[in-house]
Design a protein around this ligand. Structure first.
Ligand code: ZN
Length: 419
């Protein structure tokens, strides 16, 4: 624990990764290069069994995009197409905006929607609730005859930042282009409409899917000394959305979990069980990495004794969440008392993660999540502001130290964590 907290190694590695490779959208050259770097770097760290596991992943390409208020008066406003959206025609889609406050409001005023661009001006409550408009809003609007969908970005107000993120189309609705705008622009359009002004916009998007491409999960281990076939899995997702450099989501999750195995090698520690680090590919717009890991490791699913993912940032106040049996929760709670000196002794309900989820479900594996303050995390989530500058080096060290201590004890204790 003191080794993890001792220096800024982890924060420096995070900066190196995000500065050098930038955004790591699935199918991008950036992601491919970052994966090659990770393999080389894990080998330099001296990890055991460093290798890649092949995954075919979707390749969505954003292309050039813009949104202009045509009238009243002309104004180009910041926007981000939603991942998975189709393009507009080359000349764009031009229409009046219909502002709705939620899905019920849209249904009630269905007759107004035909030929309009529907703007969901839905206030952010929490991610789980508000994200439903991002994932399904385009089809909701299209069912009422809309020709485009805009949404108030999923997140608290920041500095006029739109947020991108995944969406998909329902099979029973026409496909219309979909994009997010900032809270500020959403509210401005709302106020104009409230004054009886009709707001006309032109949305232009070139978004498209290319054929699936090859990608890789990256694996590195510290092999167990006594029970190498029992696996403690730790990981993160290595892909990101494209506006920022994916520092919080989820490069930092990769770096802080990676520290566990790097430090074990550096300090020459080998626990009883194998600790396996996986950088999963394509979490953001496909979950293909997590699903491929489950498929490739189905035979050893029940040999996974514990799985931990960090994919919710490292902003203070951070917390550990756990899902598993009551017997396991008790043991994890006792281990967490070791973290009292760094203020991480409370374990809250709710572990897991999107990437470890598939193997955990198959092997009935107890899971843990390391996560940061959700307001700070979701303020920059999937925006151009997701950069390393917003991440405190001390929080990175604290995350690395907590994860390393928790994982080491679980991997080395004489009895297995009960399922
Ligand atoms: Zn993420």
């Amino acid at each position: 624990m003191s080794a993890a907290a001792a220096d800024q190694f982890a924060r420096d590695r995070l900066a190196e990764l995000t500065d050098t490779y930038g955004q790591r959208l699935s199918g991008s050259d950036n992601l491919n290069r970052a994966i090659a770097w990770a393999v080389e770097t894990m080998k330099k760290d001296g990890l055991d069994n460093v290798h890649t596991e092949r995954v075919m992943i979707p390749k969505w390409v954003r292309g050039v995009e813009s949104l202009e208020i045509i009238n009243p008066p002309h104004h180009v406003i910041p926007m981000l197409g939603l991942g998975g959206s189709i393009a507009t025609p080359a000349a764009g889609v031009e229409a009046d905006v219909m502002v709705v406050s939620n899905g019920d409001d849209l249904t009630r005023r269905s007759a107004e929607a035909k030929g309009k661009i529907v703007l969901f001006n839905v206030p952010y409550t929490n991610y789980g609730e508000t994200v439903l408009y991002r994932s399904g809003g385009a089809s909701m609007a299209a069912r009422h005859g809309a020709v485009g969908m805009l949404m108030r970005a999923v997140g608290p107000m920041a500095h006029r930042t739109p947020h991108t993120g995944g969406m998909s189309y329902a099979a029973d609705a026409p496909r219309i282009p979909a994009a997010a705008i900032s809270v500020e622009d959403s509210q401005r359009i709302q106020r104009l409409v409230n004054r009886g002004v009709s707001v006309r916009v032109r949305l232009k998007m070139e978004a498209r899917f290319d054929a699936d491409v090859e990608s890789f999960n990256v694996v590195g281990e510290v092999r167990g000394s006594e029970r190498p076939d029992e696996i403690v899995l730790i990981g993160c997702h290595f892909d990101s959305w494209d506006p920022g450099t994916g520092a919080s989501d989820d490069a930092v999750g990769c770096i802080v979990t990676w520290e566990t195995v790097r430090l074990m090698k550096k300090l020459n520690i080998r626990p009883r069980r194998t600790v396996r680090m996986v950088l999963f590919t394509n979490e953001e717009n496909g979950l293909r990495g997590g699903n491929a890991y489950r498929d490739a490791h189905a035979k050893e699913a029940s040999s996974h004794v514990f799985a931990l993912e960090s994919d919710s940032g490292v902003f203070a106040p951070a917390r550990l969440g756990f899902s598993g049996s009551e017997a396991a929760r008790k043991i994890v709670g006792e281990i967490a008392t070791l973290l009292a000196p760094i203020g991480m002794q409370d374990v809250v309900p709710g572990g897991g993660g999107a990437d470890i989820g598939p193997i955990a479900a198959l092997g009935k594996v107890p899971t843990m999540a390391y996560g940061g303050d959700p307001t700070r995390y979701f303020t920059i989530h999937h925006t151009p502001a997701d950069t390393v500058d917003r991440i405190d080096p001390q929080e990175v060290s604290k995350a690395a130290a907590s994860i390393a201590a928790m994982v080491y004890v679980i991997a080395d204790m004489p009895q297995s964590l009960p399922k």
